[in-house]
Design a protein around this ligand. Structure first.
Ligand code: DON
Length: 351
């Protein structure tokens, strides 16, 4: 753990840290993935993407959570972690931003770990809503009411599935699980939590609407509170990329070697990300980029190239659907250059 911290600190010490990996981290790598990209390939592409998109000022910080409106909208960081634990970074990768909706992926993983995939599928579902992430109309209209685990309603219901004797026990279990996926101890950003808890009337309304349909599985307001905390967890781009790489690596954290997520659940999680990870932008994303991904209104997006690795980008300004503009541009560019698109046979080297 200590050696890993030192290694990460070394990795973060320069703006572009695509050079030599400290030996400690290399030694922790699992057997080399036959499909992980070569370091030189990734290094050049990350640098190109950073230069190409750093000047794009389009989009706007989320402001319905007051804290997020004040985050410096010029911040921009890219991190790639491969399944063989190479770490490549560029820009603002040591800033802790709130994970927001990206947390939903890992609460889904924990719920499946506890209840099994079939039970979670029955209780939550996995259909895209085609509506905004916080839509009450989707709760009324969707046959499942919950929709999927990534819109706010389905996510609050997923959080309500996590077992525990009381709210604190549930919350601590979630936080610890995220930390295992990140390979680091993660913390709540208290100011984000307070800012969101003071303004989350819409989510409270969704939780009661779910109760009307018997589609929330613990006390509605308690579930919203745990959900608000999980959205307020701080991650930097490297930690987020490592959480993604854990998914790409069949649930094994490539830095710690720990099996964090059951391998049988990975395809369900990634398919849910492909269907609804970017909300009402998910169809366009699949069309263009072809990777399971998840966005958060804090400005992060993580995308997964199964077997290969994950890319996390942090840049606060968002588009209309609530997805980081620069993060989408970078991931689109990088995945094209590295042949990551899952729907393309060339992603498995078919010429
Ligand atoms: O509940 C909310 O609205 C936020 N905590 C999370 C929403 C979010 O990140 C949507 N993402 N693009």
């Amino acid at each position: 753990m200590i050696t890993k911290k030192i290694s990460i600190a070394l990795l973060l010490s320069a703006t572009f840290t695509g050079s030599l990996l400290p030996p400690a981290i290399t030694a922790q790598s699992k057997a080399t993935s036959p499909v992980a990209p070569r370091r030189e390939q990734v290094e050049a592409v990350v640098k190109e993407a950073y230069e190409k998109f750093k000047g794009d000022t389009s989009g706007k910080n989320a402001d319905y959570i007051p804290y997020l409106a004040q985050v410096d909208s010029k911040m921009f960081g890219i991190a790639i972690v491969t399944t063989d634990n190479q770490v490549l970074t560029m820009g603002d990768v040591d800033y802790s931003f709130s994970i927001q909706s990206i947390s939903k992926v890992f609460t889904l993983a924990l719920a499946m770990d506890e209840l099994g995939a079939d039970a979670v599928f029955k209780k939550i579902g996995s259909e895209p809503t085609g509506r905004a992430f916080n839509s009450p109309i989707a709760v009324v209209d969707m046959p499942s009411h919950t929709g999927n685990a990534f819109v706010n309603a389905g996510a609050i219901a997923t959080t309500s599935l996590i077992s525990g004797a009381n709210e604190d026990e549930k919350w601590n279990k979630i936080l610890e699980f995220y930390g295992k996926a990140a390979g680091d101890k993660l913390k709540l950003i208290d100011e984000v939590y307070k800012s969101e808890a003071a303004t989350n009337t819409g989510n409270k309304a969704l939780s009661y609407l779910l109760a009307k349909y018997d589609r929330i599985y613990a006390d509605p307001f308690e579930s919203v509170d745990v959900y608000t905390k999980q959205c307020s967890v701080g991650v930097n781009a490297v930690q987020l990329a490592r959480m993604g790489a854990t998914l790409a690596n069949n649930g094994i954290n490539p830095a710690t070697g720990e099996q964090v997520i059951k391998p049988e659940n990975i395809p369900h999680i990634l398919s849910a990300m492909a269907m609804a990870g970017l909300y009402d932008g998910s169809g366009g994303w699949a069309w263009k980029v072809g990777l399971p991904a998840k966005s958060g209104v804090g400005g992060g997006i993580v995308a997964i190239a199964p077997g290969k690795g994950a890319i996390a980008v942090f840049a606060p300004p968002l588009d209309e659907a609530g997805n980081s503009v620069k993060a989408q541009e970078v991931i689109d560019y990088v995945s094209e250059k590295l042949n990551y698109n899952l729907f393309s046979p060339s992603s498995v080297s078919l010429k």
